[in-house]
Design a protein around this ligand. Structure first.
Ligand code: IPD
Ligand code: CA
Ligand code: CA
Length: 268
């Protein structure tokens, strides 16, 4: 992608993410009109929908040829990654948004012909923006993030994961997941995949694993983690498909090989 054009997209994307965050902060104590989607714990609010609509309107008015792949379905729901595609989660961590009023993020990954060019993860309540352009490093606000710590022993690693994967896991034997949790130093559950990617990039956790995520949960995070030398694949070590749900492991490459090896033993 042309560098000048990418810089222009980046500046606008950052401006819109901050503006959307401000609207969320303004309206979040008003009526949220909470609904459920795939199950009783899969929540969506008026602000998830309005935020996605805001991005669709902004992107289409400024970059009319770009496509939008957004969680709430107001975009184009593309079937290919040709051209420039904005992969947007308007609020990642809606359960946190509803119950805790913190620990949720706006996640925007911008891909060109399938390549992740820009990643933005905005922690709305902390007013902290994690951002990266491919090949230009990753930043937390205006501080560049260093390369990931070279932790190679899983017994020194703190891994983000949802405890749900210990109780109902259709892909990995539960005992193997339990052994994994016992063997690592600790787990953390933040309730926002995007923030868990950002924290991995920041090096405050050593990785994040999930058995089922959607493209908008990970699109921005993958770009940001790449920029600090991390790697993101599915649990079979394959590149993540940005048009479909997928398992996810993001961490440094040494831990990745070890964790994938452990999980392989428990593959159902
Ligand atoms: C969810 C969060 C959560 C993860 C779920 C996601 P949402 O996104 O990222 O941490 O465990 O799988 O669906 O629904 O709040 O945008
Ligand atoms: Ca999400
Ligand atoms: Ca969401």
């Amino acid at each position: 992608m042309d560098k000048k054009l990418r810089d222009d997209i980046y500046i606008h994307a950052i401006e819109w993410v901050r503006e959307a965050g401000e609207v969320i902060r303004d309206k979040m104590y008003g009526p949220l009109d909470i609904e459920t989607k795939s199950n009783a714990n899969d929540l969506v609010t008026k602000l998830d929908k309005e935020t996605e609509q805001f991005f669709v309107a902004k992107v289409k008015s400024k970059f009319s040829g770009h496509f939008i792949h957004g969680e709430e379905g107001y975009g184009d729901s593309p079937t290919s990654l040709d051209g420039t595609v904005w992969i947007i989660d308007p609020i990642d961590g809606t359960m946190n948004f509803v119950h805790q009023k913190r620990n949720f993020a706006i996640s925007v990954g911008i891909y060109h012909d399938g390549v992740g060019e820009i990643g933005l993860i905005y922690d709305v309540m902390a007013n902290v923006l994690y951002h990266a352009k491919k090949g230009e490093g990753a930043y937390k606000d205006d501080v560049q993030l260093p390369s990931l710590p070279e932790i190679g022993n899983i017994n020194e690693a703190i891994i983000g994961m949802n405890h749900f994967w210990l109780c109902e896991n259709k892909l990995i034997e539960e005992q193997v997941m339990q052994k994994f949790v016992k063997d690592i130093r600790g787990t953390r559950t933040y309730g926002s995949a995007a923030l868990e990617f950002a924290y991995t990039a920041e090096g405050i956790i050593d990785g994040y694993i999930s058995m089922r995520l959607s493209p908008w949960d990970v699109a921005a995070g993958i770009v940001i983690v790449n920029e600090v030398g991390g790697i993101t694949t599915d649990i079979d070590g394959k590149i993540v498909n940005m048009l479909d749900k997928s398992t996810i492991l993001t961490c440094n490459s040494v831990l990745q090989k070890k964790i994938l090896g452990m999980l392989k033993e428990g593959r159902k």
